[in-house]
Design a protein around this ligand. Structure first.
Ligand code: HEC
Ligand code: HEC
Length: 347
């Protein structure tokens, strides 16, 4: 009797494990987790959206978050590297904001732990929005009466609600609504076997047999689910190749080492998500590769030391196209005005 009981218990346990295992491959969650101290509310989403779209948050009133992360398109700017205030260019491409809420670290080199921490960076980055400091940002925001009342409404228990932390919380909350769902691949995993074409199914097989999933595993094809703040980093290129390096110059940016200064972190990069990858060309941290087919070929060569056949390459591209989900319908926010005066002073 006891023995049978034990068998039942262990079978149930194995069942659970199996279930968890299969559920962890490419399964899309619909709601990202919000931190305990930043609950999602409708008013907060609306305030965050206004701030995300407001170019008055940049020094010369030209650039909003949406300028580089266009949520009417793929959540990126389709440029090799982004263009900030006064036409300045940085060294890296803008990753998409869609599904960033699911990532355990932000930025190509994973230097911000979450969306709240990330949102404070671009405002004072001299080549992005170019504000001298967060006090200047908040002085701008405070000179818009509609923002003061909105912050008060969204953060009712805060005696001084118009502050940089609350601004970042509101933007992060809006970003948690930027989730794409129901891609052909998700439909396929949910049991609709005709959601993928034969070529895409072949691509999914190749993705696993060639070894792409050894790095791009998990629900977002960005590696295992790790605790917040812990990135999944890999060397890129793992198999350096002179001809490719001469053409694309991937190694001049040292990636994680640019943050930590540790030689062992040289050319280590966070494994990026492959969801919606067909909508976010050009590719890689420096945006040097213009099309997905070339990006796939380069990945196989530099990360796995494999020369893909043209059939493999074609099927992998088709598979990656099946990872594009529906972009949530966006409506333009109405930004609160400053009557009779401009808060952006340009000499
Ligand atoms: C001038 C263009 C530009 C502007 C403006 C800008 N970003 Fe970005 N954003 C980038 C670039 C480039 C990166 C990648 C930088 C890096 O990894 O070093 C990035 C990274 C991010 C990421 C990380 C995504 C990921 O996959 O790691 C998020 C989230 C984000 N930005 C949100 C915002 C928000 C919110 C704002 C407004 C407060 C903003 N950005 C303004 C260009 C821009
Ligand atoms: C050893 C780990 C590893 C393997 C294996 C690997 N990748 Fe990657 N992948 C990465 C890293 C790291 C990056 C980011 C590189 C960068 O731009 O700095 C990346 C970037 C990409 C990008 C560009 C993402 C973007 O937003 O621009 C694509 C597409 C991609 N991988 C597809 C694949 C495919 C297809 C395979 C299999 C042929 C594969 N990867 C195998 C680690 C890996």
């Amino acid at each position: 009797m006891k023995f049978i009981f034990l068998i039942i218990i262990s079978l149930t346990f194995i069942g659970c494990l199996n279930k968890n295992n299969s559920a962890s491959v490419g399964k899309m969650h619909h709601k990202p987790k919000a931190p305990e101290n930043n609950k999602i509310t409708t008013e907060k989403i609306e305030l965050g959206k206004m701030l995300f779209f407001d170019p008055r948050l940049s020094i010369d009133g030209t650039i909003s978050c949406n300028s580089c992360h266009n949520v009417m398109n793929g959540g990126s700017d389709n440029r090799a590297v982004s263009v900030g205030v006064l036409g300045q260019k940085g060294g890296r491409g803008a990753p998409t904001v869609f599904n960033a809420a699911f990532l355990s670290t932000q930025f190509w080199d994973g230097r911000a732990k979450d969306l709240e921490e990330q949102a404070k960076g671009p405002l004072t980055n001299p080549i992005e929005m170019g504000m001298p400091d967060h006090n200047t940002v908040m002085a701008r925001v405070s000179s818009v009466p509609g923002y003061i009342s909105a912050f008060k409404k969204v953060f009712p228990n805060d005696p001084n609600p118009v502050n940089i932390d609350n601004l970042a919380k509101a933007i992060a909350t809006y970003e948690r609504t930027l989730i794409t769902t129901n891609s052909p691949f998700d439909q396929f995993m949910a049991g609709n076997k005709s959601a993928l074409t034969e070529l895409q199914k072949k691509g999914w097989d190749n993705f696993k047999t060639v070894g792409c999933n050894s790095c791009h595993g998990g629900n977002h094809f960005a590696g295992p689910d790790l605790p917040l703040g812990q990135g999944f980093f890999q060397k890129f290129p793992a198999f350096p190749n002179d001809a490719i390096e001469t053409k694309y110059n991937f190694q001049s940016d040292t990636g994680l080492m640019s943050q930590t200064k540790n030689e062992t972190d040289k050319n280590m990069w966070r494994v990026p998500t492959l969801r919606n990858i067909a909508d976010t060309a050009p590719y890689f941290h420096n945006g040097k590769v213009n099309n997905l087919s070339e990006a796939v070929k380069i990945m196989a060569k530099l990360q796995l030391n494999v020369d893909l056949t043209s059939e493999q390459q074609e099927s992998l591209v088709a598979f990656l196209q099946s990872l594009s989900g529906s972009i949530p319908q966006q409506t333009m926010p109405t930004l609160p005005p400053t009557k009779n005066t401009s808060i952006v002073k340009v000499n």
